[in-house]
Design a protein around this ligand. Structure first.
Ligand SMILES: Cc1cc2nc3c(=O)[nH]c(=O)nc-3n(C[C@H](O)[C@H](O)[C@H](O)COP(=O)(O)OP(=O)(O)OC[C@H]3O[C@@H](n4cnc5c(N)ncnc54)[C@H](O)[C@@H]3O)c2cc1C
Length: 467
């Protein structure tokens, strides 16, 4: 990795020089550092008068300044891209960029040490088939320690709690698209594979647990991590829904609250799921049962995302196991035979969210930092993976990875697609969360009509697969 020495954290040396003219010159220099950088060569003279303008603020040394009050050297390390946030999107993006030859700094506030065999925690992601290539490029796909479970068919049903689902339903069969729609992958499986690759991959500088202070200018950004400083051409905010980088850049967001929460857990059941995912729409919100790879102890296993209005979801989350399983059974019917909760429950308040723009000077947003969608069809992470794949493709061969036209192209490629998905998921939830008779009838008829339209169904299937 290229690196340059600089002086920093020292009392400004012009105090020692005591030269008022130089002092003014230096103040102006600091103020206009980014402009100056364009006009001046990177280093002025071999005496190290200015040790690299890129990290100038607060640093510097004058020729002949033998005794600065506090001398300290620091190295600026050059990277191409700094990714802040090593969640599934940021981690995958960093690895995929490194696989394409970029030098990447990756910073996360969480510990990312390799994990051997973390406990089963019952959470799974539905990952669309179209996202597999970027996971493979990042080196995560082959490193998944627990086998992904293919989603072969999807049943979409509509109903009311305690009643049989409407006979008018929608069924998606993988044979119509020539292969599995995607996979349910345990969240811990992705985390184990990511952490392993992040700690061993070439081209990745990993700093975790750590936070970054980012100072952007027209030519790049200084990323301060503890005592270290990195210089990057582009900073990618992958720091999730409450992105601090997005807020610092003044990028506004719009939030769409649902007054719904999801209770998430794993369910062991008597009958096999046969790779079928169930999306059962109920007035309180969708009840999704997603096929998981079984374990020796529980060969038939599914991940459940049980959405309900906030107050009821809070009660469900806190219920003792027996009462909770009765609530699950009343929604599931006898579909999978006897059931039993495995592991703990998790709860998430649901809210859609979108950023008004995806970029600022030398800054890009990806994943949940840019968009948050209702998990009704398990598309949130898929959109983030698609952001990552699009960015890797866009930066291929780019001389300046943070140039304004590159950032604008990324936004043009990703924002309309993500907005369409957000609005689609939002409409689905609102359409199915009403118990109003005529609307129920119309939507059930709609499901049945779509079920008889193979070309339209195929289009839906390909979209869900990220194709
Ligand atoms: C109930 C539920 C079910 C879901 N199911 C699915 C599904 O089946 N399929 C699917 O595709 N999606 C699903 N999603 C959506 C999915 O969980 C998210 O879209 C995905 O986690 C976003 O990943 P991310 O990497 O963008 O953000 P995050 O996972 O939020 O990661 C952000 C990272 O940034 C780090 N960070 C934050 N702030 C800082 C900071 N200041 N400095 C340094 N690091 C920082 C965090 O530690 C974290 O590692 C679901 C969501 C919910 C709520």
């Amino acid at each position: 990795m290229a690196s340059r020495s600089m002086w920093r954290g020292c009392a400004l040396p012009y105090q020692a020089a005591g030269d008022i003219v130089l002092r003014k010159f230096y103040a102006n220099l600091l103020k206009n550092a980014s402009n100056m950088k364009r006009l001046l060569p990177e280093r002025l003279g071999s005496d190290g008068l200015i040790g690299g303008l890129s990290g100038l603020s607060g640093c510097g040394r004058l020729a002949g300044d033998e005794k600065p009050e506090r001398r300290c050297t620091m190295t600026i390390q050059d990277v191409d891209i700094a990714v802040i946030g090593a969640g599934p999107v940021g981690g995958t993006l960093a690895l995929a960029l490194a696989a394409r030859g970029r030098r990447v700094l990756l910073v996360d506030r969480a510990e990312l040490a390799p994990m051997e065999d973390p406990a089963f925690d019952g959470r799974g992601y539905a990952i669309a088939a179209g996202c597999q290539p970027v996971m493979a490029l990042a080196g995560i796909w082959d490193g998944l320690p627990y086998a992904p479970c293919p989603i072969l068919d999807i049943d979409v049903t509509d109903g009311q709690v305690g009643k049989r689902p409407s006979a008018l339903k929608l069924h998606f069969d993988h044979r119509a698209v020539g292969g599995a729609f995607g996979w349910i992958i345990e969240a811990r499986s992705i985390r184990v594979a990511l952490n392993k690759r992040l700690n061993e991959a070439d081209g990745i500088v990993l700093r975790a647990p750590a936070t970054a202070r980012v100072v952007r200018d027209a030519d790049g950004a200084d990323v301060h991590v503890g005592e270290e400083v990195f210089r990057a051409k582009l900073v990618v905010a992958a720091d999730g829904r409450n992105s601090a980088l997005r807020a610092e850049a003044g990028i506004r967001v719009t939030k769409l609250p649902y007054n719904q929460s999801a209770v998430v857990f794993a369910l062991a059941h008597q009958m096999p799921h046969n790779g079928v995912a169930l999306e059962h729409f109920l007035p309180g919100g969708p009840f999704a049962v997603l096929p998981m790879t079984g374990t020796a102890e529980h060969p038939n296993l599914s991940a459940v995302v049980f959405t309900e209005r906030d107050a009821l979801a809070r009660r469900l989350y806190a219920m003792e196991d027996g009462a909770f399983m009765r609530e699950v059974a009343v929604r599931l019917g006898g579909r999978l035979g006897a059931i039993e909760q495995v592991g703990r429950r998790w709860t998430h308040r649901l809210e859609a969210m979108y950023a008004h723009r995806y970029y600022d000077t030398r800054l890009l947003l990806v994943g949940d930092a840019a968009h948050g969608v209702h998990p009704i069809a398990g598309q949130g992470l898929n959109l983030g993976f698609q952001d990552a794949a699009a960015l890797v493709a866009l930066l291929e061969g780019a001389a300046d990875v943070g140039a304004p036209e590159v950032l604008a192209r990324y936004q043009a490629a990703r924002r309309p697609v993500n907005m369409a998905m957000l609005l689609g998921m939002d409409s689905l939830d609102r359409l199915f969360s009403t118990n109003f008779g005529p609307v129920r009838l119309a939507r059930d008829l709609g499901l049945a009509v779509v079920d008889r339209m193979p070309r339209l169904k195929r289009r839906f299937m390909l979209t869900a697969m990220g194709r």
